[in-house]
Design a protein around this ligand. Structure first.
Ligand code: BES
Ligand code: ZN
Length: 649
C-alpha cells in the first residue's frame, strides 16, 4: 500500500502501523477483514461530555463504511462495520447516533445483536447501546450496523443541480466537526477516540466521490448507473475528520503531492488561486516536521459550504469565497494545512480544549504566511485577528473568554469564537516572545512528535510544556500560563502586534471617517485586501451599540468611490455590508441580498443577519424576506445558527 509520494516519513509510519490488510473487493454483503490496530500507545481517555461513549469499557478502533448515496431520497444507506476492543468481561458498547434509522446490528458471522437507543438529546443525539457476549482479554470483534441517514441529517447537505456551479448535477457534502459525524456514521463520536477507517461509497455514475482519505483506484461498476468508490485512512483519526463529497468533480494537480478538486467550471480559477499550496506544505514541514498524511489536496465546494475551510485529512474542504482572483485569501489554506499537525495529529481531547486545535493552528498558519510572504503580511494578519479579538472580548461573558471553557449543557459550537483562535495564538506568541523563537520552535516540533496521533487536554499540554520548555520558576512567573488558560481576558504580559503597514491605513481611515474627508483621498487601489479590511474595520472609540458614525452622504461617497457594488472579494464585501447595515443604508440592500443568497458561509451570514435583526423595524423585515429566499440554499450548520436569530421562515 505504499503511496506514491516518496516521503520517508510516510513509509516509516506505514511500517509502524504494521502495514495494511489487503482490501478485498467485497460487495456490500461481504465483510472486509479486520483492520490492523495501529501501534500507538494506549491513551488515557478523559470524560467527553459531548459523547455517550464509554471508551474505558469498549471502544471502536476501525470503521468500515459501505454506503449508497440516493440523491432522490436524500439518504445514505448501507452498513458501518466497526472493529471493537473492550475490557475483559465487557458485554456492551455505547455509540453516538443522531437522527439515524438503525435497521439492525449483527456480529461478524451475521447473527443479530441486541441494541437499544436511549433518550434523544437535541444537541448530543442518542446513545446506541449494543450488547454482545462478554469479551475475552485482548479480543477484537467486528459488529455491523445497518442503517440509513435522514434527509435532514445535520452533517449533510444535498444540493440540487441549481445550487452548484455547473447547474447540471446534484452535489452532496458532509461537515463533521464538532459533533455532527454521528448524524451520518454510527460510531463513538468523540475527538479523543481515534479510529482508522475505510469506505466504499456508491453513487450515480456521472458523479465522482471524494473523501478525506486515500482513494483506492478508480470507480467500479456497482449496478445499473451506479459506481462504487473506495477509500482508506490508515492513520487513526477522530471521527469528526471523516468527510465525504460527491458531485461533478474534476482534479488538477499543483505539484506531485498537492492539487485541487472542484466542479469543472471552477477548476481553472480554483487551481490558479491555490498554487501557493504546494510551497506551503514544504514550508510547514521545514517548520514543524514531516507532513504525515501523504497527499494534500483541496476540495473547493459549492458556495453553501458553511465554513471558510475544514481540515479534513488529505483533503481540505474550502469555500469558493476564497477564490478572489488575486490569491489574497490563501492564509485560509495555510490554516487548514497547519491543522495537519495541530488538530489532526495532536487533537483536542474534548471540545473544551478546542483552543489547542485552533490557537495552535492560527499561530502555525501565521508562521507559514511569514515564511512565504514576509513579516509585514504576517503582522497585518495578526493585527486583523487582534482587532477581531478585541470586539469578541467586549461582547462575550467573561467565563467564555478563558481558553479552557466550560461547555456543560452547551453545543460545542459555542466555543467557536475568536478566543480559541486569536487568544490561543496570542498565548503562543507570548511564549515565543519570552523564550525566543528558536527554543519555542524546538518545543513545538517536539510536542507534535511526542503526541502524534493522540488526544491532548489542556492539562497535558501544561505538563508537556513544563517538562520540556518552561523548566524554571522565573520562566513560569514570566509566562503566566495559568492566567492565560484559566482566567478571563488578556493577561498583563500580552503585547499586541504592531503592523507598520497599517499606520497609513489608520491615518486614511481617520481622515475619512472621523474628519469627514472625501473618499477620493483614500488610496484604495494601492491597497491589499488586508489593508482594505483594516480600513473598513475602523470604528470610533467608545462607539455605542446602535450608534451611527457616518452620514448618508459619506456612505454614498464610499460606496461609489470604492466601487463597492462591483466588489468581488468576499471579505471586503462583508466588511462593507457590516457598515451599511449598521447605518440602515438602503442603497446597499441589493448587494446584501445578493451576498446572502449566493453564499452560505456562516462567518459572513450569521453576523449580517444578527446586525439586521438589531436594526429593528428597518432590519427585521429585510432579514425575514432575504432569509426566506436564502435559507433553502444553506447548510444545516448555517440554518441552525440563523434560525436562532431570525426564526424559521
Ligand atoms: N476546524 C475549523 C472549522 C470548524 C471549527 C468547524 C469548529 C466546526 C467546528 C477550521 O479550521 C476553521 O477554523 N475555519 C475557519 C477559517 C480559518 C482561516 C480561521 C473558517 O471556517 O472561517
Ligand atoms: Zn481551524
Amino acid at each position: 500500500m505504499i503511496r506514491k509520494i516518496g516521503l520517508v516519513s510516510a513509509l516509516a509510519l506505514t511500517t509502524a502501523l504494521g502495514g495494511c490488510a489487503a482490501m478485498t473487493a467485497t460487495g456490500s454483503e461481504t465483510l472486509i477483514p479486520p483492520h490492523p490496530v495501529p501501534a500507538i500507545a494506549p491513551v488515557d481517555y478523559v470524560r467527553d461530555i459531548h459523547s455517550y461513549a464509554l471508551p474505558g469499557i469498549a471502544r471502536v478502533t476501525h470503521v468500515a463504511l459501505d454506503l449508497a448515496a440516493d440523491f432522490a431520497a436524500m439518504t445514505l444507506s448501507g452498513t458501518a462495520a466497526l472493529d471493537v476492543t473492550a475490557e475483559p468481561g465487557a458485554n456492551e458498547i455505547v455509540l453516538d447516533v443522531r437522527n439515524l434509522d438503525i435497521q439492525d446490528v449483527r456480529d461478524a458471522a451475521g447473527n443479530p445483536l441486541q441494541f437499544e437507543t436511549g433518550p434523544d438529546d437535541p444537541i448530543l443525539g442518542q446513545p446506541l447501546t449494543i450488547r454482545f457476549p462478554a469479551f475475552a482479554p485482548g479480543e477484537r470483534r467486528r459488529i455491523v450496523v445497518r442503517y440509513s441517514t435522514r434527509p435532514d441529517a445535520a452533517a449533510l447537505q444535498w444540493l440540487t443541480p441549481a445550487q452548484t456551479a455547473g447547474g447540471q448535477k446534484p452535489f452532496l457534502f458532509s461537515q463533521g466537526q464538532a459533533i455532527l459525524t454521528r448524524t451520518w456514521v454510527p460510531t463513538q463520536d468523540s475527538p479523543g477516540i481515534r479510529q482508522t477507517w475505510d469506505a466504499r461509497i456508491t453513487a450515480p455514475s456521472d458523479l465522482r466521490v471524494a473523501m478525506s482519505a486515500e482513494a483506492l483506484g478508480g470507480g467500479e461498476p456497482a449496478g445499473p448507473g451506479q459506481t462504487a468508490w473506495r477509500f482508506r485512512m490508515t492513520n487513526p483519526v477522530p471521527p469528526y475528520l471523516i468527510a465525504l463529497g460527491v458531485g461533478d468533480l474534476a482534479f488538477q494537480a499543483i505539484d506531485e503531492r498537492t492539487g485541487v478538486w472542484t466542479e469543472p467550471s471552477m477548476l481553472r480559477a480554483a487551481h490558479d488561486e491555490l498554487v501557493p499550496t504546494a510551497e506551503m506544505v514544504d514550508v510547514a514541514e521545514r517548520l514543524y516536521g514531516p507532513y504525515r498524511w501523504g497527499r494534500y489536496d483541496i476540495l473547493v465546494l459549492p458556495p453553501s459550504f458553511p465554513f471558510g475551510g475544514m481540515e479534513n485529512p488529505r483533503l481540505t474542504f474550502a469555500t469558493p469565497t476564497i477564490i478572489a482572483g488575486d490569491r489574497s485569501l490563501v492564509s485560509l489554506v495555510a490554516h487548514e494545512l497547519a491543522h495537519s499537525w495541530s488538530g489532526n495529529l495532536v487533537t483536542n481531547a474534548t471540545w473544551s480544549d478546542f483552543w489547542l486545535n485552533e490557537g495552535f493552528t492560527v499561530y502555525f498558519e501565521n508562521r507559514i504566511m511569514e515564511q512565504l510572504y514576509g513579516r509585514e503580511r504576517a503582522l497585518m494578519l495578526q493585527s486583523l485577528g487582534w482587532g477581531d479579538l478585541q470586539s469578541t472580548l467586549a461582547d462575550l461573558p467573561a467565563a467564555d473568554t478563558k481558553l479552557k471553557i466550560d461547555l456543560a449543557g452547551r453545543d460545542p459550537d459555542e466555543g467557536l469564537t475568536d478566543v480559541a483562535y486569536e487568544k490561543g495564538a496570542a498565548f503562543l506568541r507570548t511564549i515565543e516572545r519570552i523564550v525566543g523563537r528558536e527554543r519555542f520552535d524546538a518545543w513545538l516540533k517536539g510536542y507534535f512528535d511526542r503526541n502524534a496521533f493522540r488526544p491532548m487536554t489542556t492539562e497535558r499540554f501544561l505538563e508537556d510544556i513544563r517538562a520540556h520548555l518552561v523548566t524554571t520558576p522565573e520562566l513560569e512567573r514570566q509566562l503566566m500560563m495559568d492566567a492565560w488558560i484559566y482566567q478571563p481576558g488578556m493577561p498583563s504580559n500580552w503585547v499586541p502586534p504592531v503592523s507598520d503597514a497599517f499606520v497609513p491605513v489608520d491615518a486614511a481611515a481617520r481622515a475619512f471617517f472621523a474628519d469627514k474627508g472625501p473618499a477620493s483621498a483614500i488610496p484604495w487601489s494601492g491597497w491589499s485586501t488586508q489593508e482594505r479590511q483594516r480600513f473598513l474595520a475602523w470604528r470610533p472609540d467608545g462607539l455605542r451599540p446602535g450608534a451611527d458614525w457616518l452620514t448618508a452622504a459619506q456612505l454614498a461617497d464610499l460606496e461609489a468611490t470604492l466601487n463597492l457594488r462591483q466588489e468581488g472579494n468576499a471579505e471586503v464585501v462583508f466588511s462593507w455590508l457590516q457598515i451599511a447595515v449598521a447605518h440602515r443604508y438602503q442603497p446597499a440592500v441589493p448587494t446584501l441580498e445578493k451576498f446572502l443568497t449566493t453564499m452560505g458561509r456562516r462567518k459572513f451570514v450569521l453576523p449580517l443577519f444578527t446586525s439586521l435583526w438589531a436594526e429593528g423595524d428597518w432590519g427585521r423585515p429585510i432579514a425575514t424576506r432575504i432569509y426566506a429566499r436564502a435559507r433553502p440554499g444553506y447548510h444545516p450548520v448555517t440554518t441552525n445558527s440563523v434560525d436562532a436569530v431570525v426564526g424559521r421562515p
